[in-house]
Design a binder for this molecule. Structure first.
Ligand SMILES: *[C@@H]1O[C@H](CO)[C@@H](O)[C@H](O)[C@H]1NC(C)=O
Length: 917
């Protein structure tokens, strides 16, 4: 949650007044810097493209990497004209890495090494290095050929790097001549390096050190990615003729009341951009955790020199990247298809982790469930209303004066018993643990952190002291590995008194949010471990905090159980750690709609376990909006309802009928689809491909889908179209591809490749299963997901035009890491020539085993044309079962015209086949 209601300390009366003013629903734009108020951004945007600023020399192949130096040809403002170092590194899967840095000068101690971000690049990447044997040197360029149809060209003068296949350029770096690397310099007489913003002063003792450059995505129709912004999936031009927008900003901020349609920075940052066209998808990632701004340049922008373009090129997208500090450490990915990019990107930054099964179900949160009685009442009401849920969340007010790792003794006198009561129903609890530590000498966390010197320091070397929920607070220095370890230990059952094994954690405010800091965050001249300034690590702080928390949960279980930690701040790599949500949204239709491109953008940049607060954090949704939100959110990868302290209660049953039933149906639909979702979580865990996908990820050739924000795919089989307007009675749904689609409500099929008009009622949003797919479901309503473990399955087979279909199911113990040692069931179902087969998907099955005695109790076949007298035969056993025709009740209100095989009773874990005759 952000700042919104006063902590009410008489001492800070004036501060309290500003808080009250802020609780009006409006975004306080003036609290955040824009490009003009950010000197390095203003300077980079004003720079004229030039091709005679840098020259490459001393190109050499060393240990299979290409090394060179870049000489600045003209310098300004006392900047040194020392050469920069350049390295080109190559990895399997055609991944290319470029590093540009200041040359390390051991004799100049005043020059610290520029910051390089740790803990993001996978250790395994090193093993994927390709050593290049030869470089072709020409007069003006050096060429490395990476594959028969892939070359990297380092042009010496003017300095430029590009990747090309046998026909065209794919990606270019400094094609437009915007490269600028501001080397650190001695402070001269009269140099004033301080920067001021509102009442804040940044002393900038190390002076200017910004970097900017341009990247061209050749042949691209659109660019995507670089979350987090509350805006469309396909990024918009930010600069060019008649376009005056702020650049997309990557700077982790606790933005109060963010608005939809804005390039301003939000809680997390992933500096990874993708481009897509029917011909090729490409990607570009800059590993840099300082403030970053990115312009998407419209054709005809001032540096767009049409004469310099190569002959075949028309659809290029130029972008300009600007950062306050750090180094150039960038990766080029050449696809060629969207899913290839995800594989390539996650081989650099890590695959998404595999969550515990319960975490993929429905979560109920609110600021705040007040006390134990409230918790048990809400828990009981779910049962009374026959609505499943898995996790109940406690926000900041469950603590003793906002000292995390404590429970308020008067409100929560028996936290263990309370957790146990939920655990008895197979449910879990989550409590919040934020990074601001109350500066209270009686608080053990503060005492330890102070005595060990574990806090981030201010510019004067004292423990940084900022204002946050508990009042005066300090922040553990998560850059320090020792602090990470210490922090993780705080989650042991001994340290976290009142916690039990069914308790998991939520990290909020980890941008970090500092109420009285510049832009509600930490001053950039604060100092971290290793004498690193906060400006260098700002965007990665929240990720390290998230990581240390997850490590704590891992250790707490003796390394046995998969952690679950939700975080608001994130960076590239956060997918390795846990889930993320889109922060403090509002109960408005626009926010429901923008949640879709926001979650999609995170998915395509590797972070697949994501959702938005159902209902909107601020404000009060009316029953229709809340219902529509549940109906859509049931298909977010992370499904949690949450609400601000000042909002009215809105648990699913509070609006009465018919809404309670609609919401119950939506939540039950998620539970029915849990086998499918869990299989998709595993797919993400193995391939990086997200659970929630833009249509173009599944239909890369379909230009109609490239800028679509209102519908998306869950996996490769389900198409969801949200309803984003009040009173909608029909929706225009685009069905991509050439194949068939089945509306699950009616069983009707439609050919792809066109818009169809679908009537909608309040009972559900449009959802279609793609012909050619098989989806595993579980139809028996239970209280929580853990009570479904032994339940039988239903397979829904949607045939394509060739009367074929296939699908998968992945199952494991839902809790431990045994799956990594082979303890799982992974089956493939194929339907062809009238026969359904189940066969094992081979993984590395060494050692541990997982078994299940669950049966398949029903098979639904859509799109089959057969005589009415048909039956089916099950093998092994040569058992005959009847085939029923007609309408089937999948869910109340969902009737499908289908063939149904009842009680085939084959095991989910075994090989079998069923022939329909
Ligand atoms: C999958 O998730 C597990 C557990 O979260 C993680 O250790 C592993 O690296 C991930 N990727 C693969 C390929 O197993």
């Amino acid at each position: 949650m952000p700042l919104s209601t006063a902590p009410c300390l008489a001492l800070l009366y004036i501060f309290a007044l500003t808080l009250v003013a802020r609780s009006v629903y409006s975004w306080r734009r003036e609290e955040f810097r824009d490009c003009n108020q950010t000197p390095f951004c203003k300077q980079a945007r004003a720079a004229k493209p030039t091709h005679d600023k840098y020259e490459v020399f001393e190109v050499a192949l060393i240990n299979g990497d290409l090394h060179a130096k870049i000489l600045p040809l003209s310098t300004e403002n006392g900047e040194p004209s020392t050469p920069l170092s350049l390295e080109l590194l190559f990895y399997s899967d055609q991944i290319i890495r470029l590093k540009i840095n200041e040359l390390h000068d051991p004799s100049d101690e005043s020059k610290r090494n520029r910051f390089e971000v740790p803990n993001v690049i996978e250790n395994t990447l090193h093993g994927k290095r390709l050593r290049i044997r030869s470089v072709e040197k020409r007069e003006k360029m050096s060429i490395v050929s990476l594959a028969s149809d892939l070359e990297i060209v380092l042009q010496h003068k003017p300095f430029e790097i590009y990747v090309r296949d046998d026909k065209d350029r794919i990606l270019s770096f400094n094609n437009k001549g915007l490269f600028y690397f501001e080397q650190r310099r001695q402070k001269g007489e009269g140099d004033d390096w301080t920067e001021r913003f509102r009442t804040h002063t940044d002393s900038r003792p190390r002076g200017p050190q910004s970097i900017s450059f341009d990247v061209t995505f050749h042949g691209a129709d659109h660019v995507y990615g670089i979350p987090e912004h509350a805006t469309s999936l396909a990024l918009k031009y930010t600069r060019g003729p008649e376009i005056t927008s702020e650049p997309y900003r990557l700077f982790n901020l606790d933005v109060f009341e963010y608005i939809e349609e804005s390039p301003f920075g939000l809680y997390g940052s992933i500096p990874f951009m993708l481009s897509h066209s029917a011909a090729r998808s490409t990607g570009f990632f800059w590993l840099n955790s300082a403030e970053m701004l990115i312009d998407v340049l419209a054709p005809g922008w001032e540096g767009d020199d049409v004469n310099r373009r190569e002959v075949h090129e028309s659809d290029n997208i130029d972008t300009q990247w600007m950062s306050e500090s750090g180094i150039v450490d960038v990766f080029f990915f050449v696809g060629p298809k969207p899913k290839d990019l995800l594989r390539q990107y996650t081989s650099v930054t890590g695959l998404p982790n595999m969550p515990q099964h319960f975490a993929t179900a429905y979560h109920q949160s609110r600021w705040n469930y007040k006390d134990e009685a409230d918790v048990l009442k809400v828990d009981g009401a779910f049962d009374e209303n026959d609505i499943p849920y898995d996790v109940l969340w406690l926000d900041i007010d469950h603590t003793e004066g906002r000292r995390y790792f404590t429970f308020d003794k008067s409100l929560f006198p028996n936290p263990k018993e309370m957790q146990q009561k939920l655990a008895n129903k197979g449910r879990h609890m989550v409590t919040i643990v934020d990074p601001h530590i109350k500066r209270d000498d009686g608080f053990f966390v503060h005492k330890e952190a102070t005595s060990k010197g574990y806090y981030v320091k201010d510019a004067h070397g004292r423990d940084f002291d900022g204002w946050c929920w508990p009042g005066s607070s300090s922040y553990p220095d998560m850059l320090n590995p020792e602090v990470q370890k210490w922090w993780a230990e705080k989650f042991s059952f001994n340290n976290y008194v009142g916690s039990t094994p069914s308790l998991y954690i939520w990290n909020d405010m980890n941008e970090p949010s500092v109420f009285n800091g510049p832009e509600v965050s930490m001053p950039r001249d604060s100092v971290h471990h290793g004498d690193v300034e906060h400006r260098d690590v700002h965007n990665v702080y929240g990720y390290f905090f998230h990581m240390a928390t997850a490590d704590g949960l891992l250790q707490r279980s003796g390394g046995k159980d998969r952690p679950f930690v939700l975080s608001r701040a994130f960076f590239a790599g956060s997918q390795k750690v846990g889930a993320v949500w889109t922060g403090d949204n509002t109960a408005e239709w626009d926010h429901l709609q923008v949640s879709v491109p926001m979650v999609l953008s995170l998915g395509i940049t590797g972070l697949s376990f994501v959702g938005a607060d159902v209902g909107g954090f601020f404000g009060n949704p009316d029953p229709e909006l809340l219902t529509r939100w549940y109906q859509l959110a049931a298909y977010y990868p992370f499904f949690r309802a949450h609400a601000h302290l000042d909002t009215k209660r809105r648990e699913p049953w509070l609006f009465g009928e018919p809404y309670t039933s609609y919401i119950r149906d939506a939540i039950r639909e998620r539970y029915a689809l849990l086998p499918y979702f869990y299989t998709l979580f595993r797919e993400a865990n193995l391939t990086g491909v997200p659970i929630m996908r833009p249509l173009w990820m599944e239909f890369p050739d379909e230009e109609m889908t490239f800028a679509m924000d209102k519908e998306w795919m869950v996996g490769n089989s389900l198409l969801i179209h949200g309803v984003y307007a009040e009173g909608s009675t029909s929706e225009s749904v685009y069905l991509p591809g050439q194949g068939l689609w089945y509306e699950l409500k009616t069983g009707n099929s439609f050919p792809g490749g066109d818009y169809i008009k679908v009537p909608v009622s309040m009972s559900a949003i449009p959802m279609f299963q793609r012909g050619g797919t098989i989806i595993p479901r579980r139809e028996r309503p239970r209280r929580s997901s853990s009570q479904m473990v032994d339940d039988p399955y239903t397979l829904v087979i949607a045939l394509n035009n060739a009367h074929e279909a296939e699908g998968e199911i992945y199952i494991d113990d839902g809790k431990t890491f045994n799956f990594a040692e082979g303890a799982y069931i992974h089956r493939k179902f194929t339907f062809s020539q009238g026969s359904l087969k189940s066969s094992g998907i081979n993984g590395q099955r060494n050692g541990k085993v997982f078994t299940s005695s669950s049966l398949i109790e029903r098979i639904v076949i859509l799109g089959l044309e057969l005589p009415i007298t048909s039956h089916a035969t099950v093998e092994p056993g040569n058992r005959r079962i009847e085939l029923e025709v007609g309408s089937l009740l999948l869910r109340p209100g969902m009737q499908s015209n289908a063939y149904i095989l009842r009680k085939p009773n084959v095991l989910i874990s075994e090989d079998w086949s069923i022939k329909v005759l």
